[in-house]
Design a protein around this ligand. Structure first.
Ligand code: TYD
Length: 209
C-alpha cells in the first residue's frame, strides 16, 4: 500500500505495552529538555479533547463500539491532535520539539489485532511520522504484574490481549523502520532512571536545536 508519512526531526514518540512505562519516560525526557533550557511540547494519545474523551469511555468499557469504530475514533483523535488548534503540526513546523506518549504505532499494534494492519494503516496513512520512536520492551508477564497494582483495568489490559498486542507491536515497529523512523528498543525491566539516561543520550545532539 502506498504510504506517505513525512518525517519530522523534532518529533519523538514513546511506545510500549500497558504498564511498560511510556508515560514515565515521556515525562523524564520532558524534564531533561526543560532542565537543559530547551522548550518542548509534551503531549499524549488518547488526548484530553472531545474525541479523546470518547475514546477513554470506550477503553473503560463504559461505551461499547465495534473494533473498526474504535480504530476510527483513535484516528479522529489523532487528526485533531495534529491539525487542530495548538496541534502538534503547528509546533513541529515552528521547530519546537514534541514528545508524544503513544501515537500511530499504538493504533497499529492495538487496533491492528482486531481490524488488521492494513485497515489501520489506511486510516493513518497520511499522518506525519516522528524521527524516532522509543519502544519500551517489557515481557507481558511483567506488564500484568504492574497492572495488577492499578485500581481499574481497561479493555486491553488482560494477559491474553497483551500477548497479541506484543506481536502487533513487532509489525508496527517494522512499519516504522520501513518508513525511515529510528526505532530504539529499550529493555524496560531496567531501572527507570537508567532508561531515561539512555533516552537522553540518544536524543541529545540529534534533535535539532
Ligand atoms: P495510556 O494513556 O498509555 O494508558 P493509561 O490508562 O495507563 O493512562 O493508553 C491508553 C490505552 O489506549 C492503552 O491501552 C493503549 C490504547 N491505545 C490504543 O489502543 N490505540 C491508540 O492509537 C492509542 C494512542 C492508545
Amino acid at each position: 500500500m502506498a504510504r506517505n508519512h513525512p518525517i519530522y526531526p523534532h518529533f519523538t514518540v514513546f511506545e510500549g505495552l500497558d504498564g511498560s512505562g511510556t508515560t514515565t519516560q515521556a515525562q523524564f525526557l520532558t524534564e531533561r529538555f526543560r532542565a537543559a533550557g530547551r522548550s518542548c511540547i509534551a503531549t499524549q494519545e488518547p488526548t484530553s479533547g472531545p474525541t479523546g474523551t470518547c475514546v477513554r469511555s470506550v477503553l473503560a468499557g463504559t461505551h461499547q463500539v465495534t473494533a473498526g469504530t474504535t480504530a476510527y475514533l483513535f484516528a479522529a483523535d489523532r487528526y485533531e491532535h495534529l491539525y487542530g488548534q495548538e496541534g502538534i503540526l503547528a509546533h513541529l513546523e515552528c521547530g519546537t520539539p514534541v514528545i508524544c506518549d503513544r501515537y500511530v504505532f499504538s493504533s497499529l499494534a492495538y487496533q491492528g489485532i482486531s481490524c488488521g494492519l492494513d485497515f489501520v494503516l489506511r486510516l493513518n496513512q497520511d499522518f506525519p511520522f516522528p524521527a524516532r520512536v522509543f519502544f519500551l520492551d517489557l515481557p507481558v508477564s511483567e506488564c500484568v504484574k504492574r497492572l495488577d497494582s492499578r485500581e481499574a483495568r481497561e479493555i486491553y489490559e488482560s494477559e491474553q490481549a497483551l500477548l497479541q498486542i506484543a506481536e502487533g507491536y513487532r509489525q508496527a515497529m517494522q512499519v516504522a523502520r520501513e518508513a525511515g523512523v529510528s526505532v530504539h528498543v529499550l529493555d524496560a525491566t531496567r531501572p527507570r532512571e537508567q532508561l531515561a539516561a539512555d533516552v537522553w543520550n540518544q536524543i541529545d545532539g540529534t534533535v535539532p536545536e
